[in-house]
Design a protein around this ligand. Sequence first.
Ligand code: BGC
Length: 440
Amino acid sequence: MNKKAVHRRTLLAAVPAAMALAGLPGRGFAAAAGNPFPKGFLWGAAISGHQTEGNNSNSDIWQLEQLQPGPFMEKSGIACDFFNRYAEDLALAAQLGFNAFRFSLEWSRIEPEEGRFDDKALDHYRRIAATCREKGMVPAITFNHFTTPIWFAKRGGWEVAGSADRFARFCERAVKAVGEFAGIATTLNEPNLGRLLRVILPPPIIADMGKAMQGAAAMVGSDRFSAAQFGDQDAMLPNLLEGHRKAVAAIKAGPGDFSVGVSLALVDDQAVGADSVRDKVRDYLNAAWLDAAKADDFIGVQTYGRNRFDAKGVMQPPEGVELTQTGEEFYPQGLGATIRYAHAATGRPVYVTENGIATADDTRRIAYIDGALAAVKVCLADGIPVKGYLHWSFMDNFEWIFGYRPTFGLVAVDRQTMKRTPKPSAAYLGAIAKRNGAAA
Ligand code: BGC
């Protein structure tokens, strides 16, 4: 099948659905003529270390995965073997048409024991960042994407004093290796996710997460163990905020000249009824972070759909709506609402650092991309400085507690052979990237 045929077929399938979803007759992304996106707009895809590298055995999540049965449906194992295959993956991303690539540094590889930094690991990430540049892609570097070293979890993780200083010390060392190549950087990935999970998940699941930490503590012979989403979120918040602040300073003091911010899990939260708790919940989830982000260079928006809130709390998705593999409502236009919310609250430029869908049907991913980009385009037309769109994910990978079943990737990964096969959505987003969002 030649590329053109794939493109035409997928485009035809996607356009009407995207228009209907965006609720904007005639203004679906692919159909919209007009100006391309702003010059220098970043187009790309995102991954994280633990979810793709493989054998990340010094990290807290790896330890938690060993509890079987436990919260994780399967173990991450070799993941996508990105650790060894990054050059091939970055070449593919560039060839698809992307000018940016988001990846994360794995703290537990760089600082496997407290205070001992591994030069080989630092050099590894330096080569990834340099390879992005060689391929014409701006590296969007996440300094921490959830996972922390086991030694950090054993001393109480983000719940205890001193965690912020340890994170800042790691950032100070890491930026020396990668700073000269960085294009943008985020300190923490979704530090508000732990609270979000407590709003949307049933209490028994949260209780199980607490038990899992006791199990992990016993396995490593410690009296405690704390991993980002699993521990006491109220105890963590001040340390995470301090960690972010100190990390920004440490990163900025290093080589390179690039924008630094934090990326947040932001949902299109909608109020239903006059007594809706929506605003209260939003404050609990995001207020401290949006306030902190006012001092940053940008705000990173990561959106997957919407939540509706009535007087009692979060509601089930409406009857009969399409659900993704992770049980979320198919709702790409929600990205417009979160961009507006984040920008209004912070006054900062916006990078969409994640946005995507878990589906086995790639035509739905194309429709999702279309609906999301239509919403971005309306934000741009309204004067909101959106500076990039990084799709989650570049490839199918380890989706945390769900394991490998949900597929978020633009590129399929054969779990036996590790062979990469770009899906039509990869060519679709790549083609949009190549023409900087201009109409086809
Ligand atoms: C996270 C990713 C995750 C994605 C899809 C985001 O919350 O940053 O690590 O895979 O959502 O669930």
